[in-house]
Design a protein around this ligand. Sequence first.
Ligand SMILES: Nc1nc2c(c(=O)[nH]1)N[C@H]1C(S)=C(S)[C@@H](COP(=O)(O)OP(=O)(O)OC[C@H]3O[C@@H](n4cnc5c(N)ncnc54)[C@H](O)[C@@H]3O)O[C@H]1N2
Ligand code: MOO
Length: 411
Amino acid sequence: MEPFTAGLISLEDAQQKMLAQLTPITDSLQVSLFEAAGRITAQPVLSPLDVPPFDNAAMDGYAVRLADVAPDRVLSVAGKAFAGGPFNGEWPLGTVIRIMTGAPVPAGCEAVVMQEETEQRDGGIVITAPVNAGQHIRRSGEDIQAGKQVLDAGVRLGAAELPLLASLGIAQVSVLRKLRVAIFSTGDELQAVGQPLAAGQIYDTNRFTVSLMLNRLGCEVIDLGVIGDDPVALRQAFSEADRQADVVISTGGVSVGEADFTKAMLEELGAITFWKLAIKPGKPFAFGRLANSWFCGLPGNPVSAAVTFYQLVQPLLGTLTGQQAPLIPARLRAKATQRLKKSPGRLDFQRGIFSRGADGMLEVRSTGPQGSHVFSSFALANCFIVLERERGNVEVGEWVDVEPFNSLLEG
Ligand SMILES: Nc1nc2c(c(=O)[nH]1)N[C@H]1C(S)=C(S)[C@@H](COP(=O)(O)OP(=O)(O)OC[C@H]3O[C@@H](n4cnc5c(N)ncnc54)[C@H](O)[C@@H]3O)O[C@H]1N2
Ligand code: MOO
């Protein structure tokens, strides 16, 4: 008999096959900077200004002409320049201008001398340190020149990007429309949170996980609720979802049981690209195309649904919105401080806790039981421990790959 992992496709092949089919959306709209957090730029953003817009002082001190600088020479102070209050008067030779950080340097100024390198003497000041041409002057356009591209298209706007646009006086930005993602959970056993459980029922965790992650990724979520294990109801849900969304995500019913209809629905109403990956958890993940939308069938086990969303749906949504940031999470090496159980055959995403050890190197330990129904493992973890497909058990002190959680799984 063939091992039950034969014929499973690797995660890398699945990601490649999936991403190669996608074309990013292009519909865009203008939004104010105050509504732009989490949105994705539709076009490159160019600077309308030089930054800084004028030569200005980097220190509190004195604006000087180099010819006036000499040891022990007393220079009188001919005026003051403040940020927002430039010095526009006459600047006689042999004098200095008192200047504050951010103030425009007066015409003719060749250097700014910081206050700490001067002494007050005989009603004027004496410079006590050597002065270099241009010191402590921030030049106009030194950071950004007018017309320069400051952001690419496909950039998610957050706390690193929006203040930059604010500093350039950009009040409106062109962003992509939100992706519309329809979601439903499948299973006769599922009950909505807030309702009492009848015998044999469990709470629907996956719709909560998926909608939370979609919200974090800036998608518009169309929540179609829980659909029972009934082909008629499922066919209707698939069609309704496909009519409304760019991407349809279901959870459950994607394996081989007698109430697992997801794959058959995808084949009936669209076309399947792949099904069954060599990953643990998440093996029965299915991907394909419906009439108008892309379809992802996530496995029902809650850990499997979260892992496949993270590893496959996240890069899919990134590609559909033309994002440039790395879509496949980066990995680091860490030393296992515990034995980790692993059977060869599937790439394993165990949940772990990594930290810096006494020797300064990264180390990692397990969160405990790793079943695909043990969702509490996520709450304890800060990373995936990624164990290669053909690897067996990991012994204490062996090196392993870890993937620190990104903002999808952080609090
Ligand atoms: N004979 C085989 N059986 C199974 C295989 C296999 O290869 N051969 N694969 C196993 C693996 S691996 C997984 S993962 C599961 C996935 O199965 P399904 O996608 O069909 O999911 P269900 O059977 O509907 O449910 C599995 C499990 O998860 C619970 N569940 C489902 N939806 C939710 C939800 N929204 N919230 C919380 N929990 C949910 C469900 O009650 C089941 O306990 O199949 C294995 N079987
Ligand atoms: O792949 Mo399943 O997700 O191992 O439990």
